[in-house]
Design a protein around this ligand. Structure first.
Ligand code: ZN
Length: 496
């Protein structure tokens, strides 16, 4: 703390000192707000906001008094203070006219790199984006995620606005919590309400099921869809009995839930909000016709969505490129894009990390109005930095990931070709980072992140976590460079 004395003295005179041996100064964070000056610094691996001056902002920030100033930890309470005085630190919605990129940050340290990456691109960042699954696998809370994003924009002096997505939320109780904590976007995961296997059934089988629905529901759908032609931009869509029945059986329950959540929560909010519907985390592929059916029902029931995530054909596995028929993907994506445009929302692409084969197609048909989610790939970039800067730690993590892969496969669907992963003892330290160019190794390390970060030794101490974070913190500029390169490649191929 004594090391910060001179920072405080200089700050009183309105000067921002440069880095010293013991103190890293985040110059872009400097703020002079109604007689109170603030500056973010790091010493001994901990970040603080140093503040001097007079006024309520100074008084409200909690910290340790040193000289005439105060040294404030990056606590949840202090984040709330920043939110009250600096609007740009509060998550905001972006509506349907501009591209957004979900940049999930599992570690709580990737956002500065993400902010650097989006500069000069036609896209707004959703810096906070974690699913309940990701949060629980890493022992983090939604507040941890929101705090990290707010402090990152403050650190970088980034005032362009950012979003916070309660990603893949299913339960009503989680929706309530997330909304109260101040998210600006909700991705409602409806997969629990979408039965699988309907598509494979015969007309007779599905007809029997359909006839079990209440009479008025059957009539409602029949009247609205049979013997009609729907003109959607240049598409002309019509439903036969079998198609309609299958969509009803697949989506009727999910639609009820979407409408319920919208009416009960989203429509009652007194702030701008991005509401996303996700029907992607299911085996039931969303054909363009099914997409239209869902969107048409939502619209007729007054539900305003900002984005919708279909389950596309082929496979969007974590951390690797698209698997599947690219031509079919292009055909269907062009129709999905037309449907989204017709109903006035953005198409949302989930598991968008590393899908370079299809990014140009997405760019072509969504014309810069799209939401793309990434998350795991920035963890892999962190692993790449570990491989380069702390080979010993990388080796232990790699071995652990291979040993514990079976556990991770309960949560994630991947199909790595394990034979392509070169044995660890045949790779020199200098070449360890090459594992991050191998699809199978990427996937193994991708899905085991939660296990790696929460693993404990026999005494209950973290096996990797502390060393992992310290290594990245010591090499934060390297991590930023890796993200700018890798996420930047995403933005470029997406034409954003
Ligand atoms: Zn998804």
């Amino acid at each position: 703390m004594e090391k910060l004395k001179s920072v405080i003295e200089q700050l009183e005179q309105g000067k921002v000192v440069s880095n010293t041996e013991n103190v890293k100064v985040y110059e872009k964070s400097f703020k002079d707000h109604e007689h109170v000056r603030l500056l973010m610094v790091k010493t001994n691996g901990n970040r603080y906001i140093v503040t001097v001056g007079e006024g309520t902002l100074f008084d409200e920030l909690q910290g340790k008094n040193i000289g005439n100033g105060k040294v404030c930890p990056l606590s949840h309470e202090n984040r709330l203070v920043l939110n009250r005085y600096f609007d740009f630190t509060v998550p905001r919605a972006f509506g349907t006219k501009i591209a957004t990129m979900g940049l999930g940050d599992r570690l709580g340290i990737a956002s500065p790199g993400h902010i650097e990456t989006i500069k000069g691109h036609n896209v707004k960042p959703i810096l906070a984006q974690q699913s309940i699954r990701e949060l629980s696998l890493t022992n983090r809370t939604m507040n941890d995620m929101l705090d990290a994003a707010a402090f990152a924009v403050f650190q970088e002096g980034y005032e362009g606005g950012y979003g916070a997505d309660g990603d893949h939320i299913k339960q009503e109780s989680d929706i309530k919590i997330a909304l109260e904590l101040g998210i600006s976007m909700l991705t409602l995961d409806c997969s629990d309400y979408i039965p699988t296997g309907i598509d494979a059934k015969s007309l007779e089988e599905v007809r029997t099921e359909f006839e079990k629905l209440p009479q008025d529901i059957q009539e409602y759908y029949n009247e609205r869809y049979l013997n009609q032609i729907f003109d959607v931009n240049i598409l002309s869509l019509s439903f036969d009995e079998e198609t309609l029945i299958k969509y009803v059986l697949e989506y009727n329950e999910a639609l009820n839930y979407m409408v319920y959540v919208y009416n009960e929560y989203i429509s009652k909010l007194d702030r701008n909000f991005d509401f996303e519907i996700s029907i992607d985390e299911t085996e039931t592929v969303t054909s363009p016709m099914a997409h239209f059916f869902v969107a048409n029902e939502l619209t007729s029931k007054g539900v305003k969505v900002n984005s919708l995530a279909p389950r596309f054909c082929g496979e969007f596995q974590k951390g690797i490129d698209y698997i599947g028929d690219v031509e079919q993907f292009e055909r269907e994506l062009s129709e999905h894009a037309l449907i989204a445009e017709y109903f006035g929302y953005k198409l949302s692409i989930h598991s968008g990390s590393d899908k370079f084969k299809v990014f140009p197609i997405i760019a072509k048909y969504t014309k810069g109005v799209v939401h793309v989610k990434t998350a795991g790939t920035n963890w892999l970039e962190a692993v790449r930095v570990i491989a380069k800067t702390n080979p010993d730690l990388y080796r232990r993590m790699h071995a652990f990931a291979l040993e514990n892969l079976d556990v991770a496969l309960k949560y994630y669907h991947i199909t790595p070709d394990m034979d392509t992963i070169v044995p660890l003892d045949s790779v020199s330290d200098d070449n360890l980072a090459d594992y991050m160019n191998n699809d199978a190794a990427r996937q193994v390390l991708h899905v085991t992140y939660g296990l790696i970060l929460t693993a404990k030794d026999e005494n209950g101490a973290p096996l990797f976590k502390d060393e992992f974070f310290k290594t990245l913190d010591d090499n934060e500029d390297e991590y930023t460079r890796a993200l700018v390169l890798h996420i930047g490649k995403h933005l470029e191929t997406l034409g954003l």
